[in-house]
Design a protein around this ligand. Structure first.
Ligand SMILES: NC(=O)c1ccc[n+]([C@@H]2O[C@H](COP(=O)([O-])OP(=O)(O)OC[C@H]3O[C@@H](n4cnc5c(N)ncnc54)[C@H](O)[C@@H]3O)[C@@H](O)[C@H]2O)c1
Ligand SMILES: C[N+](C)(C)CCCC=O
Length: 516
C-alpha cells in the first residue's frame, strides 16, 4: 500500500473524492518490498544483483531493486498454479465481480497511483492520470466480457454433435516496458484474468514501483491468493519466466531485439506469445487537411510521455504546398510546451526515464544534424529553474526539418521527443515511403477527403491507423503491430483469443462405425 511507503507528504488538498494526498518531486523514498506473491509483498531470496531505481524528475535514487532468482520465480509460479485451480473453475460472472471491484479501487486511488507513476517514470501528472484511467477501463471492459466467453455447438449426422469449450491457458507471464508501467500491467492482466488464467508479471527494472499496487488491488478486490503476482528483475528474471515449464504463455511489451529473444525462448516450449514491440510510424498530412487539427495531431503523435511511446508518428510527411505553414505552427507550439516538474498541474512535458536514455536521444539529434537535418527547435538538455530538479533528465522537444528518408532519425526508433518532418508531392509516392520500413505499429492520415482517407488507410501497412487523429487507444479497440512491430493484439474482443484456447468435444449419439 502507498500508505506503507515512506512518503514525505508535502501538502494535502480537499477534492471532490475526499482528501487527496500530494507528494512532491524529491520527497519520496521507497523502502517496501516490490515483489508480490502468496497474497503479500515479498523480498527476493537473491541478495546479489541489486540495481538503483531513479526518480527521473530529480535524478535521486528512489529505491533499490533486488532481482528475483529461480527460487523466487518458482515460488511465485507455484502460487499462481494454486490460484489458477480455483479461479479457472469460477464462472465468468464471479470473476467479473472481482475485476469490477478492482476497477472501483483503482478509481478511488487514481491520484495516489498516478503520483507514484510520475515519481518513477517522469511523465506529467496529467498524462499519468489518463494512464490510470486506461488501466481501470481495461479491467472494466474485460470484466464485461468475462461472462460472455462461450463455445459453439455443431450438429453432425445421425444426431451426433460437437461442441467447443473456450478454456484458459494456465499461468501466463507478462513482461513490461518502462513507458506505461501501470497501464501495461493492466492491459495484460485484465484479459488474462477475465479468461480464467493466473499471471506472473515482471515490470521493467527501470519502473518497478506501480505494478505491485495493482497486485495489491486485485488481492483486496477478492482475487484468490497468487492470482496476480509480481516478480522484479531484468533480463535474467525474464528468461526464467519464459523458460519455466509451468508458464503457458508469454505476453511481452518492449523492444524488437528483446521480442525476438522472447519468441525464441517461448518456441522451445511451443508457447504462444503476444509481442507488442517498437515502431517508426508515419503520419501523412495532405494539403486538404484542417491545418489546426493536423498540427494538434502531429504534437500528440510525437510528444506524449516525452516522446517515449511505441505508436508515435515520428515520420511526419507533409504535402509540399502546406509545408511552410505547417512547420511554422508546429515549431511555435512545440516551443510553448511547458517542461518541468512532472508533478505540477501546468507541466506538459516531464523528464525522460533515465540518464542513459536521455543521452541516447540527444545523440540521435546530433547525428541528425551531422546528416543534414535542420534543428527547427529543441533537442537540448533542459535544466529547470527549481534547484531540486537540476539533476533530472529533461530535454527540450525537438522538431527536425529538411529530413530525408535515408537519415538515421527517419529510419530508427528514437523513443524521445524528436519529430522528423519530411516533404511529399503525391499520394503514391508518400504511401511507398511510409511503408518503406520493417516496422508497422501505427500510421495516421490527415485529410478532409473521405475517399482519400480510406484509400490511404487500405494501403498503409500498420496495425493501428488513425484518420484525422493520432495516439488514441480506447480499450474496446484492438491494438498491435504488423511486420516487426509485433504479434497478436491487446485490448478489444479479439484479445480473448490470445488468452484462451478451444477444446473440441465430439459426442456420438449412435454406435461406433468401425472399419475393423
Ligand atoms: N507495441 C507496444 O505496445 C509497446 C508499448 C510500449 C513500449 N514498446 C517498446 O518498448 C521499447 C522500450 O521499452 P524497454 O526499453 O523497456 O524495452 P526492453 O526490450 O529493453 O525491455 C522490456 C522488458 O523486457 C525485459 N527483458 C529484457 N531482456 C530480456 C530477456 N532476454 N528475456 C526476457 N525479458 C527481457 C526487460 O527487463 C523489460 O521488462 C521500445 O522499443 C518501445 O517501442 C512497445
Ligand atoms: C496510450 N498510448 C499513448 C497510445 C500508448 C499506447 C502504448 C504504447 O506505448
Amino acid at each position: 500500500m502507498l500508505q506503507r511507503l515512506s512518503v514525505a507528504l508535502h501538502r494535502c488538498r480537499a477534492s471532490s473524492l475526499g482528501l487527496v494526498r500530494w507528494v512532491s518531486s524529491g520527497s519520496v523514498n521507497i523502502s517496501e518490498q516490490l515483489n508480490f506473491w502468496a497474497g503479500e509483498r515479498r523480498s527476493s531470496t537473491q541478495k546479489s544483483n541489486v540495481e538503483n531505481v531513479y526518480e527521473p524528475a530529480t535524478g535521486r535514487v528512489l529505491c533499490q531493486l533486488h532481482e528475483c532468482g529461480p527460487e523466487d520465480v518458482n515460488e511465485a509460479v507455484n502460487n499462481a498454479k494454486s490460484a489458477f485451480n480455483c479461479w479457472s473453475k469460477m464462472s465468468g460472472l464471479e470473476r467479473a465481480r472481482i475485476l469490477i471491484e478492482a476497477a472501483h479501487i483503482i478509481e478511488n486511488r487514481r491520484e495516489e497511483i498516478a503520483q507514484m507513476e510520475v515519481v518513477n517514470n517522469g511523465k506529467s501528472i496529467t498524462e499519468a492520470r489518463l494512464d490510470v484511467d486506461s488501466a481501470r477501463l481495461c479491467i472494466e471492459y474485460y470484466a464485461g466480457l468475462a461472462s460472455t466467453l462461450s463455445g459453439q455447438h455443431v450438429q453432425l449426422p445421425g444426431g451426433s454433435f460437437a461442441y467447443t469449450r473456450r478454456e484458459p491457458l494456465g499461468v501466463c507471464a507478462g513482461i513490461g516496458a518502462w513507458n506505461y508501467p501501470f497501464q501495461i500491467a493492466a492491459w495484460k492482466s485484465a484479459p488474462a484474468l477475465a479468461c480464467g488464467n493466473a499471471m506472473i508479471f515482471k515490470p521493467s527494472p527501470v519502473t518497478p514501483v506501480t505494478a505491485v499496487l495493482l497486485a495489491e488491488i486485485y488481492a483486496q478486490a477478492g482475487a484468490p491468493q497468487g492470482l496476480f503476482n509480481i516478480v522484479q528483475g531484468g533480463q535474467e528474471t525474464g528468461r526464467l519466466l519464459c523458460q519455466h515449464s509451468d508458464i503457458a504463455k508469454v505476453s511481452f511489451t518492449g523492444s524488437v531485439p528483446t521480442g525476438k529473444k522472447i519468441m525464441e525462448m517461448a518456441s522451445q516450449g511451443v508457447k504462444p506469445v503476444t509481442l507488442e514491440l517498437g515502431g517508426k510510424s508515419p503520419l501523412l498530412i495532405f494539403n486538404d487537411c484542417g491545418l489546426e487539427n493536423a498540427v494538434r495531431g502531429a504534437l500528440m503523435a510525437n510528444f506524449l510521455s516525452q516522446g517515449q511511446v511505441c505508436s508515435n508518428g515520428t515520420r511526419v510527411f507533409v504535402h509540399k504546398d502546406i509545408l511552410p505553414e505547417f512547420v511554422e505552427e508546429v515549431v511555435k507550439r512545440t516551443k510553448l510546451i511547458e517542461i518541468g516538474d512532472p508533478l505540477l498541474e501546468t507541466t506538459r512535458m516531464g523528464a525522460l526515464v533515465n540518464r542513459p536514455h536521455l543521452n541516447k536521444v540527444l545523440s540521435y539529434v546530433n547525428q541528425a544534424k551531422k546528416e543534414g537535418a535542420n534543428v527547427l527547435c529543441g533537442g537540448e538538455v533542459f535544466v529547470p529553474s527549481d534547484p531540486k530538479l537540476k539533476d533530472g533528465y529533461y530535454m527540450t522537444p525537438c522538431v527536425l526539418g529538411i529530413c530525408t528518408d535515408e537519415m538515421t532519425c527517419v529510419k530508427e526508433e528514437i523513443f524521445g521527443p524528436v519529430m522528423s518532418v519530411l516533404s511529399f508531392e503525391t499520394e503514391e509516392e508518400v504511401l511507398h515511403r511510409a511503408n518503406d520500413t520493417n516496422l508497422g505499429l501505427a500510421a495516421g492520415v490527415f485529410t478532409r477527403d473521405v475517399r482519400r482517407a480510406h484509400r490511404i488507410v487500405e494501403h498503409l501497412k500498420a496495425g493501428s491507423c488513425f484518420i484525422n487523429n493520432y495516439n488514441i487507444t480506447p480499450v474496446e479497440v484492438p491494438f498491435g503491430g504488423f511486420k516487426m512491430s509485433g504479434i497478436g493484439r491487446e485490448n478489444g474482443q479479439v484479445t480473448i483469443e490470445y488468452y484462451s484456447q478451444l477444446k473440441t468435444v465430439f459426442v456420438e449419439m449412435g454406435d461406433v462405425d468401425s472399419l475393423f
